[in-house]
Design a protein around this ligand. Sequence first.
Ligand code: B12
Ligand code: SF4
Length: 465
Amino acid sequence: MRVLLVSPNREVSPDAVFPLGLAALAAVLESRGLTVKGTDLCFHPDWRAVLEQDLDSFRPDCIGLSIRNLDNVSYPRSIEYLPFIKEVVQVCRGRSSAPIVLGGAGFTLLPDRVLQYLAADYGIIGEGEQALVDLLARLFPGPPEKGAPFLNGSGPAGGALQRGAAVDVNRQPWPDRKLFDAVFYRKQGALANVQTKRGCPFTCIYCTYPLIEGRAVRVRQPAGVIGEIKKLVDQGLDYIFFVDNNFNFPVEQAGELCREIIRERLPIRWTAYVNPGFMTDSLGEVMKASGCGALEFGLDTASAAQLLRMGKNFSLDQIREAARICREREIPFCFSLLLGGPGETAATVEETLAEVEALRPTAVICMTGIRIFPGTRLAQISWEEGLLPDKWDPLGPVFYVAQAVRDSLEDRLRAFSENHPNWVFPGLGIDRFPGDTLKMHQLGFTGPLWTYLRPKKRKRGGATA
Ligand code: B12
Ligand code: SF4
């Protein structure tokens, strides 16, 4: 049986992202003896021709389409990706009668609406490894998976939606990166993505990550991660992005992995999302020694009251500690902010700006307004505040911006940005690398581009120059 796995993601900002989810599925399908081909639409100007050619020559029995991004979760400059993906589905329909199966992080957030909008045949919510095997066994019965249960009749489109089982992360084959030319991605500046765990147990009010990966944390054994990295290094892929929700939780396992990287003398640099609540001096030490080139902290806010209201599981003191640990070890670090959440006022915005500035991060990525997704506490709050229309269609992005700052936030941040060149405001179009991130990488900038930002120099007497 032939399965065509299509990655329609053409976004290259802030970086191009290698289709890791599809590579993971490919490895599983191949291990079951299926013939798999990957079609990547990211870099081809004539994507249509590439897709048509693969459909004609490969003649798939089934087409799997990965929907990573619905939109860029940025406000007010929102970009929606689904209209393009609809064109991709139409090209598939025009050239092939194979059933189309949807999956991916973006799909998982709004499965029934996306399935309906794209008029696809099936959709798998969450993890695809086992569920796709089960679906194929059901669609194309034959030994050994004959009769595997799939259609449970509960979703729309004839029960075509299925939640993928949380897989045992230590029993999966490593992603097959041959299918999508990981080396070419590297040349475009993409960092080699490696996942060391799945799941997040925390309860930040807006966050969708636990909806995508579940709340139970499933950590991979270091040996498997190290083996995967070695394979990447052999291909010249030596800058790793650990794509975990919180790389440093649980702290012990993060430390263990870093120590293994050191012990194996892996010649890599790496970056990750980290949580300020779990930074310790000893972890900072092994992070640095294992090649950590940059850390990104999902703060959201640096106002003590807002931290509580946003459901964050760390305190202002822990943020300060995390900044100190990075500064002392000269680890470039970035703070991500989400301003305008429930309870935000002009005063809490000022608290955050002042506090963050004082902690001297290498860079700040500041979002204004928070994309509302069903299933989150923020959606509930938005209902209660009457922000959502009666017939809310979550497909079109709606953003939460607290009433008290709705009219003032943008002007305040635009003024603030003038003296803060190392602060980026994607939703306001204030970005120090305007336009072409690919070109920046081709010019030799490696790693996250924010590591090249610099604060404004201070003049004597404290004024900025
Ligand atoms: C790490 C990360 C990043 C890193 C990636 C670094 C790198 N080099 O890989 C960076 C910082 C670059 C990034 C950027 C962006 N990201 Co991001 N990112 C993530 C994160 C945390 C992990 C993604 C990942 O690699 N997962 C691991 C792989 C193995 O899982 P997977 O791809 O989901 O695949 C599994 C399943 O989804 C499923 N599956 C996948 N495809 C298919 C296909 C079929 C047919 C089937 C059956 C199943 C299936 O099976 C796979 C295996 O189980 C997710 C959140 C999350 N927890 O998912 C957000 C997430 C994917 N990002 C998101 C967004 C929006 C973005 C940006 C647009 C943000 C921005 N404005 O810049 C950009 C887009 C970049 C781009 N070029 O596409 C959203 C997408 C959803 C949405 N709201 O639209 C997410 C879900 C976070 C969120 N806000 O909710 N991101
Ligand atoms: S923001 Fe981070 S810590 Fe909070 S729920 Fe999401 S992934 Fe977990």
